[in-house]
Design a protein around this ligand. Sequence first.
Ligand code: PGA
Length: 252
Amino acid sequence: MTNRQPLVAANWKMNGSLASIRLLLDGILKGIQSETKPEVVVCPPYIYIDEVARNLDNTQVLLGAQNVSQHEAGAYTGEIAAGMLKDYKCVYVIVGHSERRALYCETDAMVADKFARVVESGLKPILCVGETLNEREADETEEVIARQLDAVIERAGVQGFANAVIAYEPVWAIGTGRTATPEQAQEVHAFIRLRLARHDEAIADGLRILYGGSVKADNANELFNMADIDGGLIGGASLNADDFLSICRAAI
Ligand code: PGA
């Protein structure tokens, strides 16, 4: 099996203020050990990207954005282009988070366009996929994940995944305190890897698949120990430096 470097990404969503984000980042940077194994990424709200970027110089923490426009430039009021994110040293961009799909009506096709735009611009997408509770209870989990993945594979090709990351985030586990069991998550992660392997085994083998959905300091270890779970996308618990650092330490 390929040696995949674990990745732990903080998704701060629309939380914090300039003052609280400075404190949070300071706490994270002070606690990150040089021997910390996982790649660590923080995704602040857009408006704080500049501030965070300036503080990440000469650290081992990388910058990510929570969203991006599918368009290159133009009359798209309120949107941010991938090229702009690059100006601020962003490396990763979260694409297709379930909150964007559900609250901002992002379709599979839009998510695929965003993914392709991120890849074209030389940034790395973190593509989120996941089923709702109704879909899980109707036994449609694999069907939903396959549909979400296939839309992106068709648009960007399997090559688009060479530098990408996937986050499996069951919608019913996000911000609810209800985590998927390690076995439930592993089953879907293996399914995702297999789906990609049908197109390219090497890319599938090297692909990092993160779990997201109520990851906490006390459940991270057992999740990250599963064969196909290569780290986490952390919402609520990433807003506390100590909790986030414990999760980072669990990803070895
Ligand atoms: P949560 O969020 O850790 O608060 O459940 C995860 C996410 O939405 O990425």
